[in-house]
Design a protein around this ligand. Structure first.
Ligand code: ZN
Length: 304
């Protein structure tokens, strides 16, 4: 089913080297220790990152699919998407990988959930290391692998050929400022580049400390008419490092109703969900590998 609308935007992406100085300055405002460098990406299939492809390089692109209007006030249950369709709409080649944050395939799991898409493909092989997080029968979080290529409602995906190559390596620890990790980077990009759109995707690890994450429970039986009602419906948890976080964010929205930041985390200790913030700034520690997209795809943009 490829009937989804697509708006494509070529981005004027700066070189990774051009980002080092502004990001270092921005992170220093919010973290006691931080570093930004351009490195050859390690094999991100290895622990702790556990990605489906070794790298983040080759035709880097980002898609924003659907959006929160597909969830509230009432869920649009015809919004069922697949990784296979999305990589076609993102004009990806015969080999590639996607990572990011989306809603889970409610039509497969039988309940609404959070999804951490982490999937690669080549001509005759698929690697699916996707996780999902849902609320279990006791009201607790359950986070597990999910061998499924579908999702629902919305997604923010970073796609590439999945090859090794040059990426940004960013570390930060002990937060002293108001902005968290992704917010620090977004603000630094905005300050430096203004309305030039810098779209970033990749993976970061919360190595130490705790983070505030939400997990969507099953769909509400009554319409969620305000942000307040959505907040009451969501389930928030204080989750424990190490958490692997798949992240997509932009410095600026040119009027495409972009979700400016979306990060989902998973772990092998049954915790995962949608990242909001670290909650133990005195001992939080981050390590990230990011790349910058050269093309943006707005897919099935909600109307109104
Ligand atoms: Zn989310």
């Amino acid at each position: 089913m490829l009937a989804w609308s697509v708006q494509k935007l070529a981005l004027d992406a700066p070189s990774l080297e051009d980002l080092v100085e502004p990001l270092a300055a921005g992170l220093a405002l919010n973290f006691q220790h931080s570093s930004v460098e351009v490195v050859s990406c390690p094999d991100l299939r290895e622990s702790p990152y556990s990605l489906a492809a070794p790298g983040l390089c080759g035709n880097p692109r980002i898609a924003d699919i659907g959006g929160p209007p597909n969830l509230a006030p009432t869920p649009k249950l015809d919004r069922k998407y697949s990784f296979i369709d999305m990589v076609q709409l993102m004009e990806m080649g015969s080999k590639g990988a996607i990572i990011g944050a989306s809603a889970g395939p409610f039509h497969v799991l039988g309940v609404n959930s959070e999804l951490m898409p982490n999937w690669s493909y080549e001509e005759d092989a698929i690697t699916n290391r996707t996780h999902y997080a849902k609320i279990d029968g006791k009201g607790e979080c359950l986070c597990k692998r999910l061998n499924c290529e579908e999702f629902g409602l919305m997604a923010n995906l970073f796609g590439s050929d999945g090859k090794p190559g040059k990426v940004l390596k960013i570390t930060a620890k002990i937060r002293t400022g108001a902005d968290n990790f992704t917010a620090s980077i977004q603000r630094a990009l905005k300050d430096k580049f203004g309305e030039r759109i810098i779209s970033v995707g990749g993976v970061f690890l919360i190595k130490k400390g705790k983070a505030n994450l939400h997990v969507m429970p099953d769909f509400s039986s009554t319409p969620l008419k305000s942000r307040e009602e959505v907040e009451k419906w969501l389930r928030y948890f204080d989750m424990t490092a190490p958490l692997v976080c798949l992240s997509v964010f932009h410095s600026h929205d040119p009027g495409l109703d972009l979700r400016l930041e979306h990060t989902h985390c998973f772990s092998d200790h049954n915790q995962g969900g949608h990242y909001h913030d670290d909650t133990t700034p005195a001992d939080v520690e981050y390590e990230a590998y990011f790349n910058v997209a050269d093309t943006l795809y707005r897919i099935d943009r909600p109307e109104g």
